[in-house]
Design a protein around this ligand. Structure first.
Ligand code: ATP
Ligand code: MG
Length: 328
């Protein structure tokens, strides 16, 4: 088995807000344990609001109020034999690993480039402080060479964000996140706002860069077709929990959790004659999630036990691990 680079164990976290005299706790991440390996693309899929971005924030060590961790840990194995607990690390320790070891392409990041700074200035603002004692001229040369790998000419460096297309801006943010060759790149919906042709090109470039530089990508998107093309392994999230995880092949060929089975069955195929089925109900309100398995109110095969007890992930015959009493 390839070496582990990041591990979360029993992670539970909530947004705790006090508004108009009312306390509200949104239980967004519930008992999430993941093991992410070196040099893999690890995909996280799940519907809107299921907690994907929140999980990424925790994994990246960005836990700020109102988000609060109740239990569990996140460990980064950057230095072999000396794991760093990202939830307990000091700001200094986190600064030391950001950009150089773990970088983060945030959701909607193509719109977060400073509109009044030329692109090169954004590289100076974000990446240059993390490049050690590199002379600025050498830095500019390395940014130019790096952007060339992302098919962006050097004139882009002197442009303002509004002068670039959405696809170009997204490639700039990918360039920003990869320029320091970090061990892990966390990418939250990096291509969702792009049309399918540009999306395909951008994902192809990300994958090529990943092979060349040999880093790990943690990729979040609700788009299973993107995962099918990019990910080595996938975790399927439902309402803050991991419903199933496994290799991309096993998830697509032998899904064991009823939720994953539904997602895979609902993918369109050329020549489909049958109407696609739908799941009754809606995802639960995370401020008041159902007891037991969070999927049970919508599950077509739920039994009484599902309403009382939350299942943990167990190995299934198809090769995946599913959080379901009845999987298999
Ligand atoms: N700052 C916040 N304060 C309170 N609740 C929040 C906050 N941010 C997110 N939430 C809630 O946490 C839940 C999960 O949000 P999150 O952004 O992690 O979902 P997501 O899976 O990334 O969704 P999407 O696919 O739409 O990006 C949602 O119910 C959301 O309303
Ligand atoms: Mg999100």
């Amino acid at each position: 088995m390839t070496e582990e680079i990041l591990r979360s164990t029993g992670l539970r976290a909530s947004y705790i807000t006090h508004l108009f005299g009312m306390n509200r706790e949104v239980k967004v991440v519930d008992d999430v344990s993941l093991s992410i390996r070196k040099n893999e693309v690890f995909g996280i899929a799940g519907e809107s609001g299921c907690g994907k971005t929140t999980l990424l924030k925790l994994i990246a060590g960005f836990c700020r109020p109102p988000l609060k961790v109740q239990s569990g840990s996140v460990e980064f194995m950057g230095d072999p034999g000396k794991p760093l607990s990202l939830l307990e690390a000091t700001d200094e320790e986190l600064y030391g690993i950001r950009w150089r070891q773990i970088s983060y392409i945030m959701q909607g990041s193509m719109n977060v480039l400073n509109p009044v700074r030329r692109i090169y200035k954004s590289f100076i603002d974000f990446a240059y402080p993390h490049m050690g004692r590199m002379a600025e001229k050498d830095f500019r040369d390395s940014v130019t060479a790096h952007l060339d790998k992302l098919r962006l000419g050097k004139e882009v460096l002197d442009s303002y964000p509004h002068e670039l297309s959405g696809g170009m801006r997204q490639r700039v943010t990918i360039g920003l996140a990869t320029i320091c060759s970090p061990s892990i790149i966390i990418a939250d919906e990096p291509t969702t706002a792009l049309d399918v042709v540009v999306q395909r090109e951008t994902l192809g470039l990300m994958k090529r860069l990943q092979r060349e530089l040999g880093h790990t990508i943690i990729l979040v998107t609700h788009d299973l077709a993107v995962h099918a093309n990019m990910a080595d392994r996938i975790a399927i999230m439902y309402a803050g929990t991991i419903a199933e995880e496994g290799s991309t092949k096993d998830i697509f060929e032998a899904p064991a959790h009823p939720y994953t089975q539904h997602l895979i069955r609902s993918l369109p195929h050329i020549g489909d004659k049958e109407r696609k089925g739908y799941l009754k109900g809606a995802p639960p309100n995370l401020a008041d999630p159902p007891a037991g398995c969070r999927f049970h109110p919508r599950c077509p095969i739920a039994i009484a036990r599902c309403a009382q007890e939350a299942p943990s992930l167990k190995a299934c015959s198809g090769g995946t691990r599913a959080a379901c009493f009845l999987a298999d």
